[in-house]
Design a binder for this molecule. Structure first.
Ligand code: SF4
Ligand code: SF4
Length: 322
């Protein structure tokens, strides 16, 4: 019997999700034995024409990581959607926009001006910028266009399942692969991990007082962190209350607070706004000036609360000024 065909593809991402597949270690042999990999640009030499030659729906499942921010990424996403029975948004950037989604605090022109003209390390006297088409003696060269806005995968194509994380833990990847191969899948649109919050699974939850009150926000790298105590109770921002569990408390176990890479829980619509409201309720003052003093000790609150989820937030992006 023919093995099910599987594709791995990357859009705007750092490559960590690809490493997560390699991190399956010897389990990757079980995957390779059970499936026929038809696309995996980071590891194997397939061409676009190989994918185009497949029948529509012939790929059993495509795992697509990364946000979508160029015309090429959008184009590939549509191609894989057409060729695949199932599409899994793989990793935080595909699920929510991820760290690349923080670019939505700016627009395309601001980014191009910064990178090609304003950075002090730049030496660009002719003010050259990348062109979509360039004529060379050998022929015409093309570049994909860079969009003004970064998108999560489901803002571009229909997605069947979500596997969050920066990057998804190998255990969850194996469970997802096994569920897909066996057909034992939850309803379409499900996130393939627990619906609980990270706090619900965190061993430090027991040290979290019923009513936390903090009068100072501490930065982890400037603080001696008690390895047993809840970060929030110590005045260190931890996104656990607004974040879905299932990661194995990777950061907490390394004595670092959660930054929210599993995205919002089932009940939370906007991860950053949810955390902001939680923070408002635990700051121990009613005095506006004191409140300002405490919150100003956070250098980049928007970047912190929306580190992984700005494109799918209620804000989606900073309003354009031009
Ligand atoms: S806030 Fe962080 S440290 Fe505290 S219980 Fe939740 S996940 Fe654990
Ligand atoms: S603790 Fe938070 S940031 Fe760290 S892996 Fe888990 S969900 Fe992601």
């Amino acid at each position: 019997m023919a093995k099910p065909k599987v594709a791995f593809y990357w859009n705007a991402s750092c490559g960590g999700c690809e490493e997560a597949v390699v991190d399956l270690a010897e389990d990757i042999l079980k995957v390779v034995e059970a499936v026929d990999i038809v696309l995996w640009p980071v590891a194997m030499d397939f061409k676009r024409s190989d994918v185009e030659a497949l029948e529509d729906g012939e790929i059993a499942v495509s795992f697509i990581n990364g946000a979508v921010r160029t015309s090429e990424q959008e184009d590939w996403s549509h191609l894989l959607r057409r060729k695949s029975g199932l599409v899994v948004a793989f990793g935080a950037c595909a699920c929510f926009g991820g760290v690349p989604g923080l670019a939505n605090f700016y627009d395309r022109k601001q980014l191009m001006d910064l990178v090609f003209h304003e950075l002090p390390t730049n030496d660009n006297p002719k003010k050259t910028e990348p062109q979509l088409e360039t004529k060379m003696p050998e022929g015409e060269l093309e570049l994909p266009s860079l969009y003004d806005t970064v998108y999560a995968l489901d803002q571009v194509i229909d997605v069947d399942y979500y596997l969050p994380g920066c990057s998804p833990p190998p255990k969850l990847i194996m469970e997802a692969v096994q569920a897909i191969l066996s057909g034992d899948l939850p309803p379409k649109g499900s996130t393939l991990t627990t619906p609980k919050s990270l706090c619900d699974e965190c061993a430090r939850n027991e040290t979290k007082p019923d009513k936390i009150k903090i009068s100072e926000l501490k930065r982890p790298h400037l603080t001696e962190i008690d390895p047993e105590k809840c970060f929030l109770a110590e005045g260190i921002i931890c996104m656990g209350p607004a974040t879905r569990g299932g990661c194995g408390e990777r950061c907490i176990n390394a004595n670092m607070p959660c930054r929210g890479c599993f995205g919002p829980t089932e009940e939370v619509r906007d991860q950053g706004a949810k955390f902001l409201s939680a923070l408002g309720s635990i700051i121990d003052t009613q005095d506006p000036e004191e409140m300002e003093r405490i919150t100003e000790s956070l250098p980049d609150p928007a970047g912190l609360f929306y580190m992984y989820s700005l494109p799918v937030s209620l804000l989606r992006r900073k309003q354009k000024t031009s």
